[in-house]
Design a protein around this ligand. Structure first.
Ligand SMILES: *Cc1c(COP(=O)(O)O)cnc(C)c1O
Length: 234
């Protein structure tokens, strides 16, 4: 058992619990997604064995490489990074949720592949909540209309919203963005679109997950806080 991962995880779970309480919820209301990008399979295995069954990868190729190595544990894989249309076919039946839906073209390809595979694809709309030019995601002001378009696709189920908030040393600075996400989430949910079940708000990473939970996150995506700093050279 990996002692560092185990200790980090214990601390994160405590923090999730106290943030959940602050927003009138319990830890059971929050799904911790362990972000395993760049982390070798054996260390990811330790995390799953400690009870984290939801894993997030941001690259298709890495996900496909790692998945067979952990197949015996049957974790739930989430695609959290930008997804190119031509890669949808490789992951359509391999992930439980795509967090990064950011264009109609991508939604249509996901739908076509889902129809072929005879399944329903669970998706979150990625929102570029701070209008950062460097980030992917639908502009907040277009999100409602986009959700309406997706609802016409038979095999795509809209399950909520996702964002990557700006990088900051001061997590409080992101509170306004998480709060905007929650308002947008509620507005779209109230529309009761076809093929939608708006029950997930995926926001908060190592630097800001506590604030995100206080503002209503139901899923947090944490990598560095669990595994330590990533080494991109490998
Ligand atoms: C890498 C990544 C994370 C995790 O980031 P940490 O700061 O290491 O917790 C979360 N979400 C997405 C989309 C990522 O690419």
């Amino acid at each position: 058992m990996d002692k560092v991962i185990s200790e980090n995880l214990m601390e994160i779970r405590e923090r999730i619990e106290s943030s959940a309480k602050k927003s009138g919820r319990t830890p059971d209301d929050i799904t911790l997604i362990g972000v395993s990008k760049t982390i070798e399979a054996e260390r990811v295995r330790s995390l799953v064995e400690l009870g984290v069954h939801d894993l997030g990868e941001n690259r298709v190729q890495e996900l496909l490489q790692k998945q067979p190595l952990l197949a015996d544990l049957n974790p739930r894989w989430h695609l959290i990074g930008h997804l190119q249309t031509n890669k949808v076919k490789y992951i359509i039946d391999k992930v439980v949720m795509i967090h990064s839906l950011d264009s109609l073209r991508l939604a249509e390809e996901i739908n076509a592949r889902a129809v072929k595979a005879n399944l329903t694809a669970n998706v979150l709309i990625e929102i570029n909540i701070a209008d950062e030019p460097s980030k992917f995601g639908v502009p907040p002001q277009n999100a409602m209309e986009f959700a309406g378009e997706i609802s016409k696709l038979s095999n795509v189920k809209l399950r909520g919203l996702m964002c990557v908030a700006p990088f900051t040393e001061k997590s409080e600075e992101n509170r306004i963005y998480f709060s905007k996400m929650r308002n947008l989430f509620i507005d779209i949910r109230e529309q009761n679109y076809n093929n939608s079940d708006m029950d997930n708000l995926s926001m908060g990473m190592t630097g800001d997950y506590e604030v995100a939970i206080e503002e209503g996150a139901t899923m947090v995506r944490i990598g560095t806080g669990i595994f330590g700093a990533r080494d991109y050279s490998q």
